[in-house]
Structure formats: structure tokens, C-alpha cells
Design a protein around this ligand. Sequence first.
Ligand SMILES: Nc1nc2c(c(=O)[nH]1)N[C@H]1C(S)=C(S)[C@@H](COP(=O)(O)OP(=O)(O)OC[C@H]3O[C@@H](n4cnc5c(N)ncnc54)[C@H](O)[C@@H]3O)O[C@H]1N2
Ligand code: MOO
Length: 388
Amino acid sequence: MSGTGWDEARAIAWRAGAARPLGVETIPVERGDGRRLGAAVHALVDLPTVDVSAMDGWAVAGSGPWRLDGAVAMGVPPAQRLRAGTARVITTGAAVPLGTLGILRAEHGAPLPGEPEVLRAIATEAIDEGRDIRRRGEELRFGEPLIRAGARLTPPRLALAAAAGHDTLGVLATPRVDLIVTGDEVVAAGVPAPGAVRDAFTPSLPPLLGRLGAAATTRRIPDRLDPFIDAFATGRPDVFVTTGGTAGGHGDLLRRAIVAEGGTVELAGVAMRPGHPVLFARTSAGIPVLGLPGNPLAAFACLLSFLPPWLDGASGRPMAELDRVAALDIPSTGHERRLTPFEWRDGVPEPSRWRGSAMLRGLADADGFLVSPSGDGERAARMLRLPW
Ligand SMILES: Nc1nc2c(c(=O)[nH]1)N[C@H]1C(S)=C(S)[C@@H](COP(=O)(O)OP(=O)(O)OC[C@H]3O[C@@H](n4cnc5c(N)ncnc54)[C@H](O)[C@@H]3O)O[C@H]1N2
Ligand code: MOO
């Protein structure tokens, strides 16, 4: 099959992203979920900030029994040192007073009978130095790197950043995608009449792009050159994604529109099925264009093959490695890659029956695409995971 190799096309997409890195913006940590860090996050404090108790009980100094000496207030380091032979009530997370040997857990101590002011241990084991004390900085030291640049912010990472003292975080700007949907036969709503085709992309590609970390605005344009040229000339997204008109069907509408606008077609055709007619281009303003074929499964296969590498490049990250699935009876396909929707069944990926370029049934239930091996040294298939 003709066309640029699938891996080479992914590398080209990555380089196109790397050539136009995303900017960085500062947002409150509460709004960080799902965003990518623009710079590494470092600790602004030691954690814990002081020595704290790991248990509810008493801070004790010296060996027991101990005379009770009040309670440690939560949230501030105690001003008064604990003298040998005394104990202070303490709760989990409170700062231990200077002079503390260790913590006697609530269930391991009791007042002496008839002497409510004197505490004794009721557990057999002795309290050794530092027992149930979390030491200052044992998890984290001031200035230590916590989360690497480019990492996706998750709830635990937001918790870590907040715990380390951050109110705001520098995140990569959300890449903006102008999605241009073409096809005069494509109808926006209702049950399609015979010969018409219901638009599958307007309801599905913006949320898919959202799950990949991008924000899409959609416009549907008629199959004419002028509106296409106008869209490329006036839009200022980080990337254009178009659907349809990549092959011969609309008289090569997409290619003609790019050239007429003053842009350049950089790659036309990748050795893959479905998705062979996919196209990479650049507008006159240098904005990358990913032209997806109109056949729905082909469009999804191409978007998931090439947009993530572009995003990796634009985010300053190396391209993510794909997982490999060994020991599968997937025939190698030489230069061409076959992308087949699959479902996990009993821990084994099972290729779908519904794998035709125009079909959506297989993908609707799929866990990902299997990418066929080339055969020359590569035996295992790879997997494109679906972002849900
Ligand atoms: N003469 C050739 N014909 C075709 C070739 C070729 O190389 N030479 N390649 C075939 C392959 S492979 C594919 S894939 C498709 C790609 O076609 P286009 O990108 O030009 O897409 P269209 O012709 O516009 O549409 C193809 C198909 O997809 C349907 N479609 C389009 N938009 C939507 C939408 N929003 N929702 C649902 N379905 C959509 C459209 O109605 C067509 O049925 O070309 C082959 N032909
Ligand atoms: O490349 Mo096409 O998507 O096989 O029909």
C-alpha cells in the first residue's frame, strides 16, 4: 500500500506539535483537574511541617506513670516543653511538644485507679523514642520536585500540590481545535432519508477531543471551496481538524481549499486501513490541519492515531509509548497497518466483526484499536486505547 508509514506519520504529527508549543496559564488549584502542568511543581514547605502525632492519645516524656499536663491544641506548635514524667493529651496530626519521647495511644493508657491526674500504660510494650511520631519533612522536603512538567493533573496530584502549599498552578493552555465538518449529504438532525447520512461527528468528535484535553468549536460547511477557504483564512485555533473530502469523493475539496488559501499539503495518505486518505497540511498562517476521512471508523482511527502525538509534541512531552499485546493471532500486514476495534474478553483482546471503514458498531463497544504488526521483527500488536 502506498502512503507514509503509520509510525512515521505519528512522528510527523509529534514534530508539528513540538514546533508550536502550547502557552502556560496560571489557574487556581481547584480548577486543575485534567489539565497538563506547564512547569514542574516543587514543595513550598516540609511535610509534615513539624513533628506531629500519628495517633490519638498522649504525648509522654520519660518513663511512666506520667502526671497529666493538659492538652495539645490542634494546628499550632505547643509553646511549652513537656517535662520528664508528664503527659499531654494529643490528637492525630497535632504538633508534638518539645521533650516528647513518643505517643501513648488512647487505647494503651488509662488513669491510675483513684488518681485521675496520673496516667499509666496498660500495654505491655515500652514506648520507644519517636513512637507514633511523624517526623518533620519525612514525606517531603522544601524545594523537592513533586510533579513533573507535562504530567496530567489528577485528584491525588491536586491534593499533593495543595498539601505542599500551592494555591495556583501553571498549566498548559488548553489546545483549541476548529472542527470543520463537510458533506452536503450529511444531515444534522432526524432520521436520515434514503441516501442521506446523519452527521455522526458533530455530536462525537468535540467530546472525544475534550477527553484528549482539547477544546473544540464546530462548524459545518457546505461542499464548496469558498467557505472552506474562509474557515482556514479566518480561524486561529491551535489546530484545524476537518472531516470528509480527503479522497476523490468531493473532487478533492480539502486539498484544493488548502492550496487556494495559500497553505501547504504536507502529507496525503498514510499506509493504514481504515483511514488511508488522511491528510496533514498547514494553512498560510502555519496552523496545522488534520484532515480526517469521512468514513466514521476511519475518522476515529485517524484522530486517535495522530492527535495524541501532536498534543504530546505541543505539550513538550515525548510521544507516549503504546502498550503491546503479545501472542495474538493477528496477521502481519507489512508496511500497512490495520486498525481493528477490539473488546477485552477474559483478559484477551477480541477483534470486532464490525471493522469496515464506514461502520460504527464495533467501535461503540470497543476498548481500543489493535494495530497490526509489520512482521519485520515486530510480532506483537499494539493498542490504541480509547480515552474513556
Ligand atoms: N476514488 C476514490 N474513492 C475513495 C478513496 C480513494 O482513494 N479514491 N478512498 C476511500 C477511502 S479509503 C475512504 S476512508 C473514503 C474517504 O472519503 P472522504 O474523506 O473523501 O470522505 P467523503 O467522501 O466525504 O465521505 C466518505 C463517507 O463518509 C460519510 N460521511 C462524511 N461525513 C460524515 C459525517 N459527518 N457523519 C457520518 N458520515 C459521514 C459520507 O457520507 C461517505 O459515505 O473514501 C473512499 N473512496
Ligand atoms: O482507508 Mo479507507 O478508511 O479503508 O475506507
